[in-house]
Design a binder for this molecule. Structure first.
Ligand code: B4P
Length: 241
């Protein structure tokens, strides 16, 4: 599957992504992890990203977009991927849409993790004590939550409008949250199957769209979707854990 994990810092995207990548046997593409390993190795990318990470700011779009598009072009992503922490801005989401539409490999689902700010603070304080991450200090966490609200939260509407969004209650035992996610993915696949069935019925009934090009559905597009937004067909199954 091609899945995006969205949510505020500390919502557990990374925690769940590891489990889901194992479940679906697909690559886990975490922009945060890529930046942190580049910082640790002292690469040019790491040097460019470090000041943003330390302040809790987003790394500039052009840097992140080029990095992720390059990663998604790798052969191991051809069969699906889990994007953890990307996109984080509308510009990143638009770049992703364009890239996937060009490849006719649209997203299957976007999962938005939700948890109250107090819970996020508590978790990130715990992570700070455990891992000593440079962006888990109290002031930085506060700033990252503001950045999420202004820059990333608009993606909820963006993906809802494209009928790709499922909201996941991210509070509870890690295993229970994974179960919720798999349920949400099953529902998303069922929705896509419904779209695919409706399309084949419409084609069988000769219900073209009258534009002289036949029905665009066959190219993975659906009415009401934004230009350049492809809709995944549902050749996907979601097993129970
Ligand atoms: P990320 O690495 O994406 O990290 P995150 O949002 O802080 O955490 P996540 O939600 O993955 O939480 P986790 O599972 O670790 O981003 C770091 C920085 O990188 C950004 O601030 C930015 O500077 C930069 N960046 C990344 N992507 C970018 C982009 N696209 N554009 C620009 N800049 C970008 O969980 C947190 C803690 O909670 C852990 O300690 C975990 O053990 C605990 N936890 C998880 N699930 C739990 C549960 N159910 N109950 C209790 N605790 C739980």
């Amino acid at each position: 599957m091609r899945i995006v994990l969205l949510g505020p810092p500390g919502a557990g995207k990374g925690t769940q992504a590891v489990r889901l990548a194992q479940h679906f046997d697909c690559p886990h593409v975490s922009t945060g992890d890529i930046f942190r390993s580049n910082v640790a190795e002292g690469t040019e990318l790491g040097q460019a990203a470090k000041e943003y990470l330390d302040k809790g700011d987003l790394v500039p779009d052009e840097v992140v977009i080029a990095m992720v598009m390059d990663r998604l072009g790798s052969p191991d992503c051809a069969g699906g991927f889990l994007l953890d922490g990307f996109p984080r801005t509308v510009a990143q989401a638009e770049a992703l849409d364009l890239n996937l539409a060009a490849e006719e490999t649209p997203l299957h689902s976007v999962l938005c993790f939700e948890a109250a700010d107090e819970e996020l603070f508590r978790r990130l304080a715990g992570r700070s004590a455990e891992l000593g991450r440079s962006d888990d200090g109290e002031e930085t966490i506060r700033h990252r939550l503001e950045v999420y609200a202004t820059k990333t939260r608009p993606l909820v509407d963006y993906y809802m409008h494209r009928r790709l969004l499922s909201v996941v209650d991210a509070v509870g035992h890690v295993e229970d949250i994974t179960t919720r996610i798999l349920d949400a993915l099953r529902a998303a696949v069922a929705r896509l199957t419904g779209v695919a069935d409706a399309v084949s019925n419409a084609n069988a009934n000769g219900n073209g769209n009258g534009n002289g090009h036949g029905n665009d559905y066959g190219h993975g597009y659906t009415p009401g979707a934004e230009p350049g937004t492809a809709t995944a067909s549902a050749a996907v199954t979601v097993r129970t854990l």
